[in-house]
Design a binder for this molecule. Sequence first.
Ligand code: ADP
Ligand code: MG
Length: 363
Amino acid sequence: MEVNFKNVTKKYGNTIAVKDLNLKIESGALHFLLGPSGCGKTTTLRMLAGLEKVTSGAIFFDGKDVTNLPAADRGIGMVFQNYALWPHMSVRENVAYGLKLRNLSKSEIEGRINEALQITQLTPFASRAPGQLSGGQQQRVALARALAIRPNVLLLDEPLSNLDAKLRLEMRDNISRIHKQTGITTLYVTHDQKEALSMGTSISIMHGGNLIQTGTPRSLYREPATPFIAGFIGETNIIPGRLKSVESDHVIVATCLGEIKSNRFSKGLGIGKDVYVSIRPEAIQLELKHSGQSQNRFEVNLQHLTYLGESEQLQLVKGDLFLKANQFNAADHGLNDGDGVRIYLPETDTLVLPPDSNLGANT
Ligand code: ADP
Ligand code: MG
């Protein structure tokens, strides 16, 4: 089912939790809301579920206005960070709970429970109590309970936050598989960019109640619209500078390193204005032999090198500017802390962005 938010705002007193949200979630998507704590993710989810009234604007399911439809009539399955299972009931009874409140035949209920247990791979644990399960298994019970009602939309609010790192990875795979198998339109809330990048078919970034960019994992990583997004989705180096010139296919930015040429830049940047050059740590190249070229090549100092086998991390410094560079399959260069290093910032890997201006209704 397609979900559409149109100009949705939510205020709590003077706090604007969500500001003029316009967002379409395609039918069958695994769509992520990603952003730091307090940016309005849970509020958005709760408005979708009908647990929170919108202050203004409207929400549509497949084009039908559901803004005033009660929560119970929206067909929503929800999973939270704390599993919210009944401790005195078996796994099977927990999954059955939401179905008993509906007007379904006994055989229909049995069929749905079995299907939900099977898809979450819980069939062998059906008669156990939640206390006899691991955290990951308990979260799968919560998922099975949400799936058993055959929801129009599945809402997951930080579902993996209470799990340890290994289980989190396992559950990522589980949820991705279940989403593929069922094709249920899913809205997944998290502050963990790795979860969003690795699982999402699309991602919306929120900050201070505003939705600031929506895209695929690849497009957000490659073309973040602002320095905040560049730093939030993956790691990046931000080099402040002033825009010196704009040509059709490149711009030149004056920075403390020197002039940086970039083939990738936001539209409408003004000459003489403050801008930011973003470059990913893995895109910075070491120039161990002088190439004879000077464009985008700079002399910096190696402050510290961390050798990790398959890669190495270099902390580089020039004046007040610190840069992080990750080298994979690195040559045995014999560099030591304190050495001078020549780096190359490829024109196609530098991204010139305007300052974050659109951020923060309530920050
Ligand atoms: P997130 O889920 O992204 O961490 P929330 O949607 O929970 O953020 O909160 C967004 C903003 O709305 C925060 O500033 C929060 O303090 C505020 N807020 C959320 N729920 C309430 C509430 N029931 N009453 C007052 N303020 C709230
Ligand atoms: Mg939240």
